[in-house]
Design a protein around this ligand. Structure first.
Ligand SMILES: NC(=O)c1ccc[n+]([C@@H]2O[C@H](COP(=O)([O-])OP(=O)(O)OC[C@H]3O[C@@H](n4cnc5c(N)ncnc54)[C@H](O)[C@@H]3O)[C@@H](O)[C@H]2O)c1
Length: 383
């Protein structure tokens, strides 16, 4: 009930945030107009045929090729997205719709948006549209939408796993096994129980709340900082305390999890100064966006031991370069961007993308919570 109330409130907030009437391009396809749709996904190569539900790769293209082509639309799919000679760049001048995923993001800079004279709609198959210059998209009257909620369970489960992996010092233990070693002490001197520890999430929207709910049975002290406080009933059910002041929350936490989008307010927020406010040895899990952290500040704090462990799946840019310093930090448990692209998540974000395309062709609005930019306006948390 409380969750329903919170959702209704969020929807009302979104409706009011899109009430102004700025408009320069049609936000729907004109009836019967054949559209050029470009999809940018990661390539799966030999893995593409290993699972019929592996929809999020170039080879399986969200499973919508037949459906699109049967309606006379053109569907071009590629993983080649960087630079002036890339496949994506070739199609920028005349594409109508761009679909991309945060796992292999098509970076839509202001320059690319300017060149894309026919572009109307940018869809994110997943959650997080910061690979798009949202201000430029809004100024050009484009619509940006994502499949809100599609992979939130996938990410919350993954964050719980990362918290445990760091708390138990799992990765070096696993490494020992592969290397033919046996050294219990080398692991045990910095392995702890989760019970009794203070865990704080910056951001308690869809993912943050699911994480807090999953942490509750572990007997931790749960805190959250968010620009919006939960309904008291929901807060009580989840068992987490709202911390209005982020700095105050950070000084208390044994584990900090980042669950806000990357916006102009959160970009580079975790810099040297902010990290210094945290407890020495704090563990950080960040599956939100890498650019919320200042890259070098994280490296230095890991080297000094101020951050005791860092785990996440997000990098800036993606794919991460071979020499990205986060690959070589001590005590890290990083992976490529995988948490939100489980097979279950792919089925959901493929269906959500198809649904929005169908609505776009029919001139029907999307679910209001999916919009990131509509009618020249950014969703409220991106402002
Ligand atoms: N790694 C992955 O595979 C993956 C998958 C999905 C989402 N994500 C990332 O996680 C983010 C969160 O996803 P979600 O579905 O929970 O989004 P959400 O919109 O439901 O929740 C975001 C929360 O952050 C809060 N917030 C925003 N800006 C804030 C600020 N400056 N200070 C305090 N609170 C702020 C909002 O009030 C909201 O409650 C996404 O934007 C995306 O970047 C990553």
């Amino acid at each position: 009930m409380a969750m329903q109330l919170a959702t209704k409130g969020a929807i009302r907030a979104c409706v009011s945030s899109f009430s102004s009437g700025f408009f320069t391009r049609h936000s729907h396809a004109l009836a019967g107009d054949a559209q050029k749709i470009v999809g940018v996904f990661y390539k799966a190569n030999e893995y593409a045929s290993k699972n019929p539900n592996f929809l999020g790769c170039v080879e399986n293209s969200l499973g919508i090729r037949e459906w699109l082509e049967s309606q006379g639309h053109q569907y071009i799919v590629t993983d080649d997205k960087e630079g002036p000679n890339s496949e994506l760049e070739k199609h920028i001048p005349d594409l109508h719709v761009l679909i991309s995923t945060p796992f292999h993001p098509a970076y839509m800079t202001a320059e690319r948006i300017k060149k894309a004279k026919n572009l109307k709609l940018l869809l994110t198959a997943g959650i997080g549209s910061d690979h798009i210059d949202l201000q430029a998209a809004a100024a050009a009257g484009l619509t940006v939408a994502e499949v809100t909620g599609s992979n939130v369970v996938s990410v919350a489960e993954d964050e719980l796993m990362r918290i445990l992996i760091l708390m138990r010092n799992f990765v070096p233990g696993h490494q020992q096994v592969i290397n033919g070693e046996w050294n219990v002490a080398g692991i045990a001197y910095r392995a702890y129980d989760l019970e009794g520890k203070t865990i704080g999430t910056m951001g308690a929207g869809r993912i943050g709340r699911l994480l807090l709910q999953r942490l509750k049975p572990f007997g931790c002290n749960l805190l959250y900082h968010d620009r919006l406080q939960m309904e008291p009933e929901l807060e009580k059910e989840i068992g987490a305390k709202h911390m209005e002041n982020l700095n105050e929350m950070l000084t208390k936490c044994d584990v900090v999890v980042i669950n806000t989008p990357l916006t102009e307010k959160t970009r580079g927020m975790f810099n040297k100064e902010m990290i210094a406010k945290m407890k020495r040895g704090v563990l950080i899990v960040n599956n939100a966006r890498a650019a919320i952290m200042e890259r070098q500040a994280v490296v230095e704090a890991m080297e000094s031991g101020h951050i005791g462990g860092y785990s996440g799946d997000v990098w800036d840019p993606q794919p991460a370069h071979k020499d990205h310093p986060w690959r070589y930090m001590p005590n890290q448990a990083m992976t490529p961007h995988i948490s939100g692209t489980t097979i279950d998540a792919q089925i959901r974000y493929a269906a959500g993308t198809k649904d929005m395309l169908d609505k776009y062709f029919k001139g029907v609005d999307f679910p209001v919570e999916n919009y990131i930019v509509k009618d020249g306006e950014l969703a409220s948390q991106y402002k």
